[in-house]
Design a protein around this ligand. Structure first.
Ligand code: GLU
Length: 607
């Protein structure tokens, strides 16, 4: 099928999808830029959650930049327009396919625990008990890890880009300076954080001007961030990791500027200038599994994304989802992720501290051993035991007892994908953890610091691969993924959503690869997430569509969403598909998070 005929074939369906992006019925002083969730064209492509960011990425490509330049420029723009999900106060994982070398490379830019962070950092010395998780621990200096995002951008540009850091940051600096139009999602996210932000003086000043969240349709400027990006462009990352900003970060983490009368404790943390000076981005081999004739590449630990998505695909491989009825395929998908999550909990942590059996977790033998445990008619009783990725496999070996620990990962983060006319591809997930991160804004610099260290297990257990240790990277779920077919890019995708990132990427892949959906359909389809718990978290439309069919298997579906957020959505995918003949299908969410923004350099559809 040519891109053009695919464009025609997809037009009807995609128009229906884009129709779902109903604009909010608010009298706008300014209209936010139009978001196109699906686009088809040539010459390069970008998809992200935000129209300004996607447009900046496309503009970089149109001016001769490559996929890496565009990814950094898009990410920097997301630091302006999606400041509660991403920015230089956070970290992330960058996956890159080089068309020249036909190879996939990854960068681990995960936040890292300070050298002096004690094992009992989450225990309140006054009571001997763990701090209350939200909002107290989240909104504290204790939760702030050494940020890795700026170092990731610098390293990606240095290794594979063609622009200087300054050139890549300039469009985002301009955007921060001239401002962007506030949409309903931004306002909702600010209101969700009102109690936390109002406890911290610089944060309240920027994001709660006059005591309220910026109103929909107003233009929001972040002049301090514009100046910060310009400074970093001129001086390079050293201004952040060892220069004036390093001192300011240390100060704000160790003596958070509490608003007068605030009742939140906003405890001081451990991060120092010495920690910042030592921070290193780590180049890692990607994870790789073979699924349905494709090579699926992901992020190795410190993220659990690549091993868990990869193991689940190996568990699914012998099951042949494409031959199953929809309920059977969904049942099997849910069971595969429960099994993979049992192994994630038992074996995955920062490989500098824990011996993670990556090769065995991703071996076909282990996948087959685990796959055999799936009962085609009944959901297994959760939590499931972990398997033994020990190199010796026989089908249906029962698991070993392990401790299931509470899941405290936030539901924020953002994902972007870029591709250029040379065939290079980037799949990049970045975060500041919780929506709004720690809530601590660096005064005068316009960016929020992460609370990524709350991704360590809350209670300290020496047997837990994700226990707190000084200098360690907390286990992530971020799953930036690139799929090759015959050695050439076929798909690139990822999502936010804490530990549901893994199931969202897995479900989107199986929707596209096994269940006959186009990429936009695979993204729009309602989601469910089984992370080795007694019940399955599912979006209400999933429950409406499949609840009855899945009940006979014994799956108990509970609606997603929690008291902290105004949304009941799981994930927000941004993805690319590489079409025969050199075209691109760029696809983002039609509806979740207010819809995403996809575009191509020479656009065939919509035009
Ligand atoms: N902190 C999470 C992780 O690294 C991501 C948070 C999110 O997606 O909201 O996996």
């Amino acid at each position: 099928m040519t891109p053009k005929s695919l464009a025609a074939a997809l037009t009807a369906g995609a128009l229906v999808l884009s129709g779902l992006t109903a604009s909010t019925a608010v009298a706008h002083r300014h209209a936010p830029p139009v978001k196109t969730p699906t686009a088809i064209g040539f010459g390069g492509a970008v998809a992200s959650v935000d129209a300004d960011a996607t447009n900046i990425g496309l503009s970089v490509l149109r001016h001769g930049g490559n996929a890496v330049d565009a990814a950094v420029a898009t990410a920097a723009a997301l630091g302006v327009t999606e400041p509660y999900s991403a920015g230089i106060g956070g970290g992330g994982y960058f996956v890159y396919y080089s068309a020249k070398n036909h190879k996939v490379y990854t960068l681990d830019g995960r936040e890292t625990a300070p050298a002096t962070m004690p094992n009992n950092a989450f225990i309140n010395p006054a009571t001997g008990k763990p701090y209350n998780f939200f909002p107290e621990l989240v909104t504290s200096g204790v939760s702030v890890g050494i940020p890795g995002t700026l170092a990731t951008w610098d390293s990606a540009l240095h290794n594979w880009g063609s622009l200087s850091l300054g050139k890549a940051l300039q469009p985002a600096a301009n955007l921060a300076d001239r401002g962007f139009v506030i949409d309903q999602t931004f306002r909702n996210q600010t209101l969700d954080n009102k109690a936390r932000f109002s406890a911290i003086t610089p944060t309240a000043k920027l994001y709660l001007p006059g005591g309220d969240a910026p109103v929909v349709g107003s233009v929001f400027k972040n002049k301090d961030l514009a100046k910060t990006y310009e400074l970093l462009g001129r001086k390079g990352p050293s201004a952040f990791y060892s220069g004036p900003i390093a001192h300011e970060i240390e100060k704000v983490v160790q003596t958070p500027p509490k608003a007068p009368g605030a009742t939140l404790p906003v405890m001081p943390g451990y991060l120092t200038t010495a920690d910042l000076a030592k921070y290193k981005v780590i180049k890692r081999d990607p994870t790789k599994v073979h699924y349905e004739g494709l090579d699926v590449y992901g992020m190795a630990p410190s993220s659990s994304g690549g091993t868990t998505v990869g193991e689940a695909l190996n568990i699914l491989a012998p099951q042949h989802l494409s031959k199953m009825s929809t309920p059977q395929a969904l049942h099997t998908y849910l069971e595969s992720s429960a099994l993979a999550f049992a192994d994630r909990a038992a074996y995955v942590g920062d490989p500098a501290y824990v011996n993670v059996p990556v090769k065995e977790l991703l071996s076909r033998g282990f996948g087959a051993e685990r796959s055999c445990l799936i009962d085609p008619d009944h959901a297994l009783v959760k939590p499931l035991k972990a398997g033994s990725p020990d190199g010796s496999y026989s089908p249906c070996t029962p698991g070993v007892a392990t401790t299931q620990r509470p899941d405290t990962e936030g539901l924020s983060t953002t994902h972007l994908v870029t591709a250029d006319k040379w065939g290079n591809v980037v799949s990049y997930t970045l975060t500041i953890e919780q929506t709004g991160g720690s809530g601590i804004l660096v005064p005068g610099r316009g960016f929020l610091l992460n609370n990524e260290l709350t991704d360590f297990s809350a209670a300290y257990d020496p047997a837990d691969p994700n226990r707190i240790q000084p200098g360690k990277r907390p286990r992530s779920s971020m799953s930036p993924t690139i799929v090759l077919r015959g050695g050439k890019p076929f798909l690139a995708l990822g999502s936010p959503g804490g530990s549901t990132i893994i199931t969202t990427v897995l479900q989107t892949l199986t929707n596209r690869l096994d269940r006959g959906m186009t990429l936009p359909e695979a993204i729009a389809a309602p989601r469910a997430s089984q992370r080795n718990t007694a019940t399955v978290t599912a979006e209400p439309p999933f429950i409406d569509a499949y609840g009855k069919d899945l009940a006979p298997y014994g799956h108990v579906l509970v609606p997603s969403g929690d008291a902290l957020t105004s949304a009941a959505e799981i994930g927000a995918v941004a993805a690319l598909e590489f079409l025969p003949g050199g075209g691109y299908l760029a696809a983002a969410e039609p509806k979740r998070r207010g819809g995403g923004a996809a575009g191509t350099v020479h656009q065939l559809w919509p035009n």
